[in-house]
Design a protein around this ligand. Structure first.
Ligand code: PLP
Length: 377
């Protein structure tokens, strides 16, 4: 279908070994008991990456399914839910909570930087009567990473459950689920894991599990109902046929993540990419709290995002743009998973230098040259 290099903030490039794993002949995932062991092994690899002993499932669906499942399973009609929002995904989480009947309160932070923990603490002193709080670890649309460690510790002290959307950060940012007291941590296969789109790995604390199991009203939905997973291993029964090919690909992708110091690699690429743009005269969108996985850069004068995107596509590479309040204002590059690679970035920046030149945008230096200097040092 393509010969384009995908440098967007997810989905990311999938390694050949992972693609081959996806293409292996599959067994019947319901009836072949060996698959239950395989699935358990994949779950355990995921748990190792996010440092948890909590229960973990890998739902068969895109990352959004995890967000929906957390809301559907935890929220009962009229529950008070606090949604922390300093970006588009944070706001979107509030819509999910409302859909399942929550009385939502939104705590809004600066959209150009991470959540201010002192201010949040002040807010919670006045009102902390919430069953749960949703928070986005990495705001993918703006490249901002929120300080979830102090946020989740604060919520734990206030006895509020924390639900963290870490779809674009797991693998690229350090996460210690158990130490930080994250009650539900949500991931996706297609971001830093660089597996194909289609799986939503998550983990759930005992406390959150108890609340889900003891809810008074029925969960609305089945595919998004975390209750139905409870005895999958003991009973050798999955709530629905597992996406076995995706699971096999994900297994291989997890092996590739566990082989190396994945977070350090992400940080190294993030630092070099950001600095290269700054050295060339660009301005980054965030003022602070830069993500290890996405760089969001303000569009320079004299070129539209549409032109930049189209011209880069002609050169064989895809980048991301802004949406909602950031539409046409920024361009975004994903340095996630397999995209943290010298050859891929050389290809991207060579194309960028060319496209800016042909559109008569004067840069202070070559993005590729700056990047090369930074990535080796
Ligand atoms: C990618 C992503 C999701 C999943 O959303 P899609 O737009 O369907 O890919 C959810 N949350 C975050 C923070 C993400 O980056």
């Amino acid at each position: 279908m393509k010969n384009l290099l995908v440098m967007t903030p997810g989905p990311t490039e999938v390694h050949e070994d992972v693609l081959n794993a996806m293409a292996e002949r599959a067994t019947n995932p319901d009836l072949d008991l060996a698959f239950y062991e395989k699935y358990l092994g994949v779950v355990n690899k995921f748990k190792k990456i996010v440092k948890t002993n909590n229960t973990s499932y890998i739902l068969g669906g895109e990352g959004i399914l995890g967000l929906e499942a957390a809301c559907a399973s935890l929220i009962e009609f009229g529950d008070r839910v606090l949604c922390i929002a300093n970006g588009i995904f944070g706001e979107g989480f509030a819509d999910f909570a409302k859909m399942f009947g929550a009385e939502v309160v939104i705590y809004r932070g600066d959209t150009e930087r991470g959540i201010d923990i002192v201010d949040l603490e002040k807010f919670l002193k006045k009102d902390s009567n919430f069953k749960l709080t949703t928070v986005v670890h990495c705001e993918t649309p703006s490249g901002i990473v929120n300080p979830i460690e102090p946020i989740c510790k604060l919520l734990r002290d206030k006895n509020i459950l924390s639900v963290v959307d870490a779809v674009s950060s797991i693998g690229g940012e350090y996460i210690d689920t158990d130490k930080w007291g994250i009650d539900i941590l949500l991931g996706g296969s297609q971001k830093c894991f660089s597996a194909p789109v289609g799986l939503a790995p998550l983990c759930i604390s005992d406390k959150a599990m108890d609340i889900i199991q003891n809810r008074k009203t029925l969960v609305v939905g089945y595919y998004n109902n975390l209750k139905v997973w409870k005895t999958w291993y003991e009973d050798k029964w999955f709530p629905y046929s597992q996406l076995i090919n995706n699971i096999m690909a994900f297994d291989k992708a997890l092996d590739r993540c566990l082989e190396k110091d994945f977070v350090s690699i992400h940080k190294k690429y993030a630092d070099a990419v950001r600095k290269a743009f700054i050295n060339c005269g660009f301005e980054l969108f965030p003022k602070s709290h830069f993500s290890n996985t996405i760089t969001a850069v303000k569009m320079p004068e004299g070129i539209s995002f549409r032109t930049l995107f189209t011209d880069l596509k002609k050169e064989g590479v895809l980048i991301g743009g802004g949406f909602d309040f950031l539409k046409d204002k920024i361009f975004r590059i994903g340095h996630m998973g397999e995209n943290c690679d010298l050859e891929k970035f050389t290809f991207l920046f060579k194309a960028m230098d060319k496209v800016f030149l042909q559109n008569k945008i004067k840069l202070e230096s070559s993005i590729l040259e700056e990047f090369k200097k930074l990535i080796v040092s």
